[in-house]
Design a protein around this ligand. Structure first.
Ligand code: HEC
Length: 172
């Protein structure tokens, strides 16, 4: 067998480069993570555009779980095993609503369906967000009880909670 050292050294180079690249990528990822962890502070003002995107994404999560929950409840789809997951996830997501709307983006020029009244003095928004948390927790508990009447009543409560806040604080 001829000792093809040129081939071997090219192979070694490739292995080295491969490892090196992987290391470089990993370091960049880690640095990125550290930066993301280090930057935000609890009271930072985010870019208005990002603040709006974040709360809209949260409301989309809320909307997704609600839509799926009702489709299951009304028997339109047959995945009964998912009912509790949607109710529990909605209860979890509801706890984030208050916090996602703390930054006043009125006058920022960013397109939003949030009415400025959310941030007006004495606004009822925080109270309605709290009522929503209570309603979502009740729904999750009702599903666990497996009591159909209780589930129906709690589902109505959820519908009323969405509508109550949207009527007052969301543009159509
Ligand atoms: C405490 C007030 C409040 C409650 C309760 C609430 N919402 Fe909202 N929701 C808002 C506001 C305000 C917006 C507009 C967000 C924006 O555009 O900045 C919104 C936006 C949305 C959106 C639109 C997101 C998009 O893609 O533009 C959906 C979907 C939604 N809500 C679903 C629901 C559902 C379903 C419920 C009840 C299970 C609910 N919301 C409960 C205040 C509320």
């Amino acid at each position: 067998m001829p000792d093809d050292s040129a081939t071997i050294s090219v192979k070694r180079m490739e292995t080295f480069r491969g490892k090196h690249m992987r290391f470089a990528v990993r370091s960049a990822l880690v640095a990125g993570l550290l930066m993301t962890v280090a930057l935000p502070s609890a009271f930072a003002e985010d870019k208005a555009e990002d603040a709006v995107k974040y709360r809209v994404a949260l409301m989309d999560v809320v909307g997704g779980h609600t839509q799926s929950f009702f489709a299951l409840l009304q028997g339109k789809v047959s995945h009964p095993e998912d009912l509790a997951w949607h109710a529990d996830s909605l209860a979890e997501a509801s706890k984030r609503v208050k916090g996602a709307f703390t930054q006043n983006t009125a006058g920022s020029g960013v397109k939003t369906e949030s009415k400025d009244a959310i941030w007006a003095a004495g606004s009822e928004f925080t109270k309605l967000a709290g009522d929503f948390e209570t309603a979502a927790a009740a729904l999750s508990a009702a599903v666990k009880s497996k009591d159909q009447a209780a589930i129906g009543a709690a589902a109505k409560g959820i519908g009323a909670s969405c509508k109550g806040c949207h009527d007052k604080f969301k543009e159509d």
